[in-house]
Design a protein. Structure first.
Length: 316
């Protein structure tokens, strides 16, 4: 463990420290909490660091330099921050690094240069995370946690010294889009897929039409409705009903013809029976060619799985 000249109990509550550098990583517009907090703490432990254990925001800068109010007479707080800079083992060329995990429910204020160009600043309310490499100053404040003897540091503000750029979760650089005449009014944000049912789309199967019947949706077109079958005539019913043979005596009159048996009405399908029938018909249609008007096994993109080859990917 490093030996520091200044300890936390020497700090004065309410004082501020300014440290400037290039943004390497930040989570400033939402708290790290829940499952993300658990995963973050686990990574810290694996890397030999102490877990944070509470919801927090975080920021790491490279080429970090404390902005002394009086370089000839640095404050205790400025010395405390300055000596806690470190060299990255993975990227030693990045110079002195500084990281802070700011506990609490308050998000830091993000200040951006005003469009007026008069040297003033506006608060960034876009809700976007800042991009890597931005020239920023972290404004730290000393506070005293409840029921804790030492002082701590919170990240109160992040001041940008250039036009803001934002982390692009979509993976496409805005410059590449602008070169093709595509310009967003506001930076795009990634959209999380909502959990859904096991449908054809997203499971590697071909997307097909959905037929809705009695409030139930099924991922396949239904077969054409067959023409109604005429009700059987009494004679037909008579020939289909097994009867015991009637013995006729030589001089006795012929046995009377039995009254016609009424046609048996089909039982009303239950939802479970209807679902089973439709699934069975769906399987028969799929085996015969799932895409309407296409040979068997050929879907809207020329075959199952060709959707990804055509540049269309479903996350489900």
């Amino acid at each position: 463990m490093a030996n520091y000249a200044i300890s936390a109990n020497q700090l004065t509550e309410g004082t501020s420290v300014f440290i400037r550098g290039k943004l390497a990583f930040a989570r400033l517009t939402s708290l790290i909490e829940g499952a993300a907090l658990a995963a973050s703490d686990q990574r810290k432990v694996q890397n030999g660091m102490s877990p944070v254990g509470k919801p927090h925001t975080t920021a790491t800068i490279t080429e970090a330099e404390v902005q002394f109010a009086d370089p000839a007479n640095p404050t205790v707080e400025e010395q405390f921050v300055s000596e806690r800079r470190y060299t990255s083992k993975k990227n030693p060329a990045s110079g002195a690094n500084y990281s802070i995990d700011s506990k609490g429910t308050n998000l830091p204020i993000i200040a951006i240069p005003s469009e007026k160009g008069d040297g003033t600043y506006d608060q960034d309310t876009s809700g976007q995370e800042l991009a890597q490499g931005l020239d920023v100053t972290l404004v730290l404040r000393v506070y005293k946690p409840k029921n804790f003897a030492n002082r701590g540091l919170s990240l109160d503000q992040v001041i940008m010294h250039e036009t803001p750029r934002y982390y692009n979760a979509g993976g496409v650089a805005s410059g590449e889009l602008a070169a093709r005449g595509i310009v967003f009014n506001t930076p795009p944000r990634a959209v999380q897929a909502q959990p859904g049912t096991d449908s054809a789309v997203g499971n590697g199967e071909e997307p097909v039409a959905t037929e809705v019947e009695d409030g139930l949706s099924f991922p396949a077109p239904q077969p054409a409705v067959a023409a109604p079958v005429a009700a059987p005539t009494p004679a037909q019913v008579h020939t289909q009903v097994a009867t015991a043979p009637v013995a006729v005596l030589p001089e006795a009159p012929a046995a009377p013809v039995p009254a016609p048996v009424p046609a048996v009405q089909p039982q009303q399908e239950t939802p479970e029976q209807k679902l089973a029938r439709l699934e069975r018909e769906n399987a028969e249609l799929k085996n015969a060619g799932s895409a309407v008007g296409a040979p068997a096994g050929q879907g809207p993109w020329g075959g199952s799985g060709d959707a990804q080859q055509a540049g269309i990917t479903y996350q489900g």
